[in-house]
Design a protein around this ligand. Structure first.
Ligand SMILES: CC(C)(COP(=O)(O)OP(=O)(O)OC[C@H]1O[C@@H](n2cnc3c(N)ncnc32)[C@H](O)[C@@H]1OP(=O)(O)O)[C@@H](O)C(=O)NCCC(=O)NCCS
Length: 179
């Protein structure tokens, strides 16, 4: 199963490809976007980051570039996790598209796709405890708080940060039972 193109009311989500490099470079140059993602990246670092995000090990999972008509808005991801039927949800949008409900809209579609089409049992997301926008997005799509922890992954924190992190998650049964 390869990653399909997904659609929502406003978004067209297409599997991320090497052709999206200019979008990766633009998003990764904004310190606000990258505040909880390890800081801004050079063009070379962006190219390397893009390579790591390209389709990998688990059929159907990966990263999508989201477009409003022809305009790039950001990334949404369902990445493979240790447990074979788990996946990690992620999102990152250009700053000009924040607070329009787009992270939520694309993420709800990834929950539907992940549970219904891929057959996942559990979708989780993690972020720095200070990343209010990401935490609010997790809560708004129905993920529930699982745990607070101190992360050993430097990618989500600025140097010197206390690395306090939060995990949210949703199981397939909880998703099916939603109102
Ligand atoms: C996190 C991010 C993707 C949210 O995108 P967004 O499109 O602005 O989010 P939405 O407009 O869909 O909002 C979703 C919910 O979060 C809330 N929210 C969004 N940003 C918020 C903020 N800064 N403070 C408080 N609540 C916020 C919205 O009100 C909405 O809640 P509601 O449905 O209950 O009204 C965006 O801020 C971003 O790209 N940040 C930088 C990258 C990043 O940190 N990604 C996460 C890494 S773990």
């Amino acid at each position: 199963m390869s990653q399909p193109v997904l659609r929502t009311e406003r978004l067209r989500l297409v599997p991320l490809s090497a052709g999206h490099l200019e979008h990766e470079v633009e998003m990764s140059a904004d310190p606000e976007v990258m505040r909880y993602l390890g800081g801004v990246r050079t063009r070379e670092q962006s190219a390397e980051a893009l390579r790591r995000l390209l389709p990998g090990t688990r059929p159907g999972l990966g990263c999508w570039a989201g477009f409003l008509e022809a305009e790039f808005a950001g990334y949404w991801a369902l990445r493979p996790a240790e447990a074979p039927k788990d996946a990690e949800l992620g999102y990152r949008l250009l700053r000009k598209h924040w607070r329009k409900g787009l992270a939520k809209e694309g993420s709800l579609e990834l929950l539907r796709y992940g549970f219904r089409e891929v057959g996942l049992d559990r979708i989780f997301a993690g972020t720095a405890a200070g990343n209010k926008a990401s935490l609010a997005t997790m809560a708004s799509i129905g993920l529930r708080h699982i745990r607070d922890f101190v992360s050993d992954d430097p990618d989500y924190f600025a140097p010197g940060d206390d690395r306090h992190a939060v995990e949210y998650a949703l199981t397939r049964d909880e998703w099916l039972a939603r109102p």
